[in-house]
Design a protein around this ligand. Structure first.
Ligand code: SF4
Ligand code: SF4
Length: 342
């Protein structure tokens, strides 16, 4: 039997979770924008708009220390940061396009090397997803096989109701447990759902796009679409599914830290070798990698796509590069193998 929760009780739930010592992350006003950020109380929850940055930071922070080192007369001491110290977290009111990226990221972070920082955060986080009732021109979740009420990745899922409350569906045992622990805040019933958002780009032929990418590593298209790319990395940093990072030592001879920090394949030096050789030395090659990684390489390796149609890269690109337009164009191109140079 589904349950419902009023908006006021949703905020009380956040207060209760904070009082239990949980880290609670959700959409919060930050200056002129909304960001997923730690909430100190339920009143801070701001559900007006899609947060500017994705929710991936809940599992994969922009920058994190993985060890510290110290050197003195007695030698060098290295201290690993213990992922076990990562606190229990509840991610509240995360949009389906953000939440659906979490199981996609699981594949790469648990593949040949187990990234315990990412995996421990995933284990310790309960995700409360929230259906969307508004889409803007950049949203295209429906075109990549998702929907404004997709529950993929959520533990508990909220659907806005016409009376301002939410229907709550437990999707996993974690979601069941959260409902059971805070049962007094929920009521029995399912209410009347508010109309869902309707992204304007309905469908993309993803199989046809993949077939074209399989045979067009070299094609004039890459130059045409990417010569104006400024290599700023905004698209990758805002994307819920981009996950490249760099590891750097910061500090001096006697002490310092080793940090894991976001990186982006759009940056000129991303593939720069110690020898000075750069296998992707021009921007079209870098942008090609962005599309290939999302819609070919990751599909080949994990049978998943690195795009949930959130539209963030479209909204943020300073030169107006629109990944949905590019995919639509690829979907209509001749399937003959490419012969042009990139
Ligand atoms: S590639 Fe763009 S639209 Fe797709 S998930 Fe990433 S930011 Fe969103
Ligand atoms: S946001 Fe636009 S300009 Fe910046 S790297 Fe991405 S595609 Fe290039």
């Amino acid at each position: 039997m589904p349950k419902t929760i009023t908006d006021q009780n949703l905020r009380l739930l956040i207060d209760a979770l904070v009082a239990e010592g949980k880290r609670v992350v959700g959409p919060r006003a930050a200056g002129t924008m909304t960001l997923y950020a730690p909430l100190a109380k339920g009143e801070e929850l701001n559900l007006g708009e899609l947060p500017r940055r994705s929710a991936k930071e809940t599992f994969f922070p922009l920058c994190e220390t993985i060890l510290t080192y110290e050197r003195d007369k007695e030698g060098v001491r290295v201290t690993d940061v213990d992922p076990g110290t990562i606190p229990g977290t509840v991610l509240v009111a995360a949009r389906p396009c953000d939440v659906a990226a979490a199981p996609v990221l699981d594949s790469v972070f648990s593949w040949d090397f187990k990234d315990e920082f990412f995996l421990e955060r995933r284990r310790k986080t309960t995700i409360i997803g929230l259906a969307c009732t508004r889409a803007d021109d950049a949203c295209f979740c429906t075109a990549v096989g998702l929907s404004p009420n997709d529950t993929k990745g959520s533990d508990l899922f909220l659907t806005p109701l016409t009376d301002g409350g939410y229907r709550c569906d437990a999707i996993t045992e974690k979601g069941e447990a959260l409902l059971a622990t805070h049962a007094s805040l929920f009521a029995e019933g399912d209410g009347t759902p508010a109309p869902l958002a309707e992204p304007s780009l309905g469908k993309l032929d993803l199989d046809r796009i993949k077939a074209w990418l399989d045979t067009h590593f070299e094609d004039p298209l890459w130059g045409e679409i990417a010569e104006r790319c400024a290599g700023c990395g905004a698209c990758a940093f805002l994307c819920p599914a981009c996950h490249c990072f760099d590891i750097v030592d910061e500090g001096g001879e006697t002490k310092g830290t080793r940090r894991k920090s976001w990186d982006a394949c759009g940056f000129g030096k991303f593939t720069n070798h110690a020898s000075g050789h750069n296998p992707r030395d021009v921007q079209p090659q870098r942008y090609r990698n962005r599309i290939m990684h999302k819609f070919k390489y990751y599909v080949d390796k994990f049978d998943q796509r690195l795009c949930t149609g959130c539209g963030r890269c479209i909204r943020a690109c300073p030169v107006g590069i629109d990944i949905a337009e590019i995919l639509s164009a690829i979907g209509t191109r001749d399937q003959e193998p490419g012969t042009g140079k990139d």
